[in-house]
Design a protein around this ligand. Structure first.
Ligand SMILES: [Zn+2]
Ligand SMILES: [Zn+2]
Length: 299
């Protein structure tokens, strides 16, 4: 075909869009394994319910979800002795729930989020946490509102849809990161996750805890050493608890539910230390409340 020069730019434009649409349909790569997957656009534009889209079917199939809660206290998939030795309730924590078992590839996901600074993973992890919250909370009997047998409406609702009677927590908070880690990574992944949860549920995100003392390398310490080293690491933040007071004054609650968020529950020492500090704060402002924790993974 002779090139007349007239309308060339126009034709080229048509050609490129045709080419894009037909000859080379846009594709994306799986966030975890880089396999080619259908195009999902920008991860920042995806809703929480779309968390599966940046992952390939194989990666999705291999997510070790905790479908059956083996320990009603810490949410582990099997019964555990830890909770008998150190009941979470004695630290002021009602229970913990987690979405996945901390298997090797889940460790890789977290490492990508934590150490490579890929915050896209936090969106996927938060999407998983939002989706699984209700069924997991339902396994914690303590979260069910007390009802009398005459409350037929609640009973009917519970029979029809058990999840409908579980309320999302009133306030969301998170395990604070050390200043050193924050400078190193530029963000605190627990705060990121908590922020997504708070936004999805329309609940306030409060920075209720301060890390006052940095422990040594956690992973190199024995369990006892670790528990000891965490003593006094976290303190409740006075301003945040003042905020809780205002919140309660505005919308009175018979029982405040604070959710403590972290990425992973390993021995539970961090969660326990944080819960103790939160409990102290609640006692100080004389507000009756329940503290539960929610982590993406449970080792
Ligand atoms: Zn994949
Ligand atoms: Zn347990």
């Amino acid at each position: 075909m002779a090139d007349t020069g007239i309308g060339k730019g126009f034709n080229m434009q048509m050609q490129s869009s045709w080419y894009e649409r037909i000859a080379a349909p846009r594709t994306s790569t799986c966030l975890a394994c880089r396999k080619t997957i259908p195009y999902y656009g920008e991860i920042a534009n995806l809703g929480a319910e779309d968390w599966r889209r940046p992952l390939c079917t194989s990666c999705l199939e291999h997510i070790p979800f905790i479908d059956e809660v083996g320990c009603s206290s810490c949410g582990r998939h099997i019964r555990c002795e830890d909770c008998q030795r150190q009941p979470l309730q004695s630290y002021g924590l009602a229970y913990n729930r987690s979405v996945v078992q901390y298997h090797d590839h889940m460790k890789e996901w977290l490492a990508m989020c934590k150490y490579k600074g890929d915050q896209s993973f936090a969106r996927v992890m938060a999407g998983m946490m939002i989706e699984r919250y209700m069924p997991l909370a339902l396994t914690a009997k303590v979260n069910k509102p007390a009802r009398s047998t005459s409350d037929w409406w609640t009973m009917l609702k519970e029979w029809w849809n058990p999840e409908s009677i579980i309320e999302v927590p009133d306030l969301i908070t998170y395990v604070p990161s050390s200043l050193e880690r924050l400078e190193e990574r530029g963000f605190n992944q627990a705060e990121l996750l908590a922020g997504y949860l708070a936004k999805a549920w329309g609940r306030p995100l409060l920075s209720c805890l301060d890390r006052v003392r940095d422990m040594g390398k956690q992973s190199q310490q024995s369990r006892a050493g670790r528990e000891h080293s965490l003593e006094g690491t976290f303190v409740w933040n006075k301003e945040a608890f003042q905020g809780i007071r205002f919140y309660i004054a505005r919308q009175p609650k018979p029982h405040l539910h604070i959710l403590l968020v972290d990425d992973v529950y390993t021995t539970g020492s961090t969660i326990r230390a944080c819960a103790s500090a939160l409990r102290e704060g609640l006692n100080e402002i004389r507000i009756p409340g329940m503290i539960s924790s929610y982590t993406w993974a449970r080792a």
